[in-house]
Design a protein around this ligand. Structure first.
Ligand SMILES: [Zn+2]
Length: 115
């Protein structure tokens, strides 16, 4: 399993799969993240991590540590693109967040800053 801290936050990690032991606090409390107002059943469920109603920005975590609130993101192009705040233009010229499926000269030289 690969799990690396990301530069944006010291308690955020990008991982090939869900870590069993939290690299931030050492507890075995990493769970699947559930966003939004929880049902009573979810609230009592120790097998999930409740994100709450404020989503992570710029992309929601896949897993969270119930002990220290460290965030874990699955290592894929979507999450990496969002975390790196990359934007590109698709073949129709529309601005998209994340890394493009294919790297072309147009897609990696955006001519405006979207934020
Ligand atoms: Zn932890």
């Amino acid at each position: 399993m690969e799990c690396h801290p990301i530069p944006q936050r010291k308690d955020w990690y990008i991982c090939s799969r869900k870590p069993i032991i939290c690299p931030h606090c050492g507890e075995k409390k990493v769970r699947k993240a559930v966003l939004g107002y929880p049902t009573e059943e979810d609230f009592m469920n120790e097998n999930i991590y409740l994100v709450g109603c404020l989503p992570d920005f710029p992309v929601e975590r896949n897993w969270g540590c119930r002990n220290c609130d460290a965030a874990f993101f699955k290592d894929n192009k979507f999450n990496r693109g969002r975390l790196d705040m990359v934007a590109h233009r698709d073949k129709d010229g529309r601005l998209r967040l994340g890394y493009p499926d294919e790297i072309t000269p147009e897609s990696i030289t955006p001519n405006e800053i979207p934020f």
